[in-house]
Design a protein around this ligand. Structure first.
Ligand code: BG6
Length: 469
């Protein structure tokens, strides 16, 4: 649809940026923090340097002041479960609780809305040793943890995100590292894990509403529309297969409170159906989100499965993410899109399409909690960091959001990844996303000095104008 005029961004649009605890904080053993799976897993690509990350733990004040200067209206970060709870000793950790009070208070003092993710990939290792999310008891531990979050921060935080990218956790578990055994859970186990995480999410959403706290709560999923590689009907079915299994199956359970029909039959057919207890349906339908958060980077193009053993292949330049599944789909190339230096498809129109499809399906407000351009930025001799490619990427995506708003989609905020440079999930520190450069590399910590990139000054203007024009 082309319009004579695009709608303006809403007056209270939440222009922001995101980080997660384990990718930014560092201080992995400080002030009573317990180990998480991230601290114990093997991280093969890049450098396994989550121990120090961007040292946000010690720089948070300086960083939030920079966010204020950038003009951010909102800042999304995750809370590390392992800072809040000492599960082994059955107690809370007051120093960890105090840290997030300081972060939240600093945001509020600077007029920045804190947006809190409860869980961003970093399960306490103590629970992992007892089976992790495969063990149903982990659900209760999660609810106990979240109860502390609501009691401590419930009157200060208006937007809560439950689980970051449950679909990445389940479909691409290698992206967050390999367990010390070197073995990832089996597919059947992964769908049992998925079921438990869905229950945990529904329980905390229900709890939040029961407590009648002032804010809103929703899931954060990695969502992307799928294109069919050709107009072949088989490609169309394959694209629908993967769009459903990769995205809708997670969101249907979260929003509609029941398993998607196609997902259910796929699980049954392949003997992957999880063990479901009698009370589970009631739990799932008791936690209805107030909004949906999505992380959007790329679209995917999908062809029919050949089902001859050749459907599975590694994502371009990334051995840890496998795409394709026998009898379901195979990955195809899209000649109409660009790619980042890391081989990720750049497709702003795909964001507009994804937003439309999402809004069609659930009719809930949408918050974009990640979107960004990973590249190895270079500090020039005069200290400038010219990240024009990132600016181009973000500008095109902001335009696509404006088009979606004009289409009538209710998008209420945009929080690109990432506010400052952070460690990539599995491709090291040199793959940077931030508006603010953090002076360290995969090879060394250096001074961890913060430096504003060109994108910082550009985004500052976008926010000040409430849009691109
Ligand atoms: C999202 C995750 O999938 O993508 C982030 O929520 C992650 O944690 C981001 O960092 C970018 O991915 P990567 O693999 O380049 O770090």
């Amino acid at each position: 649809m082309q319009y004579k005029q695009l709608s303006a961004f809403p007056e209270k649009f939440l222009w922001g940026a995101s980080i997660s605890a384990y990718q930014a904080e560092g201080a992995y053993q400080e002030d009573g923090k317990q180990p998480s799976i991230i601290d114990k897993y093997q991280h093969t690509e890049g450098v396994a340097n989550f121990e120090f990350a961007s040292d946000f733990y010690h720089h948070y004040k300086e960083d939030i002041q920079l966010f204020k200067e950038l003009g951010l209206k909102a800042f999304r970060f995750s809370i590390a479960w392992t800072r809040i709870m000492d599960i082994e000793n059955n107690k809370t950790n007051q120093k960890g609780i105090a840290f997030y009070h300081q972060v939240i208070d600093e945001c509020l003092n600077q007029g920045i809305e804190p947006i809190v993710t409860m869980y961003h990939f970093d399960l306490p290792y103590f629970l992992e040793e007892q089976g992790g999310w495969l063990n149903r008891e982990t659900i209760d531990y999660f609810v106990d943890y979240v109860q502390v979050l609501f009691a401590e921060y419930g009157d200060k935080v208006n937007y809560w995100l439950t689980i970051n990218e449950q679909n990445t956790m389940i479909l691409h578990p290698g992206a967050i590292g390999l367990p010390p055994s070197g073995e990832l859970p089996s597919k059947k186990e992964l769908f049992q894990i998925n079921h438990h995480v869905l229950l945990a999410q529904a329980k905390v959403i229900h709890l939040y509403h029961q407590l009648k706290l002032k804010g809103k709560i929703g899931p954060a999923i990695n969502l992307t529309a799928m294109y069919q590689a050709t107009s072949s009907p088989e490609d169309a079915i394959a694209a629908h297969n993967w769009e459903t299994l990769r995205g809708w199956s997670f969101l249907d359970a979260a929003v509609r409170g029941k398993y998607n029909y196609l997902f259910e039959n796929y699980l049954n057919d392949r003997g992957l159906y999880p063990k479901i207890e009698a009370e589970d349906q009631a739990i799932l339908s008791s936690g209805k989100p107030d909004f949906i958060a999505i992380n959007y980077y790329s679209t995917a193009t999908i062809a029919a499965s050949k089902n001859d053993g050749s459907d599975v292949s590694a994502r371009a330049g990334d051995q840890q993410i496998m795409l394709g599944e026998e009898g379901v789909y195979r990955a195809a190339e899209n000649p109409y899109v660009d790619k980042t230096p890391y081989g990720w498809v750049v497709d702003p129109t795909g964001l507009r399409l994804t937003l439309r499809k999402l809004y069609d399906r659930y009719d809930l407000p949408i918050l974009i909690t990640e979107n960004g351009y990973g590249a190895p930025d270079i500090v020039e001799e005069d200290g400038r960091i010219n990240d024009q490619d990132r600016i181009d990427y973000l500008a095109k995506h902001i335009l696509a959001i404006q088009e979606a708003l004009t289409d009538g989609v209710d998008v209420f905020g945009y929080l690109p990844w990432s506010a400052i440079d952070v460690v990539s999930t599995h491709q090291g520190f040199n793959k940077r996303y931030g508006f603010i450069y953090v002076d360290r590399t995969d090879e060394g910590l250096k001074e961890l000095k913060r430096m504003k990139k060109e994108s910082f000054f550009w985004y500052q203007k976008v926010i000040a104008r409430n849009g691109l024009a």
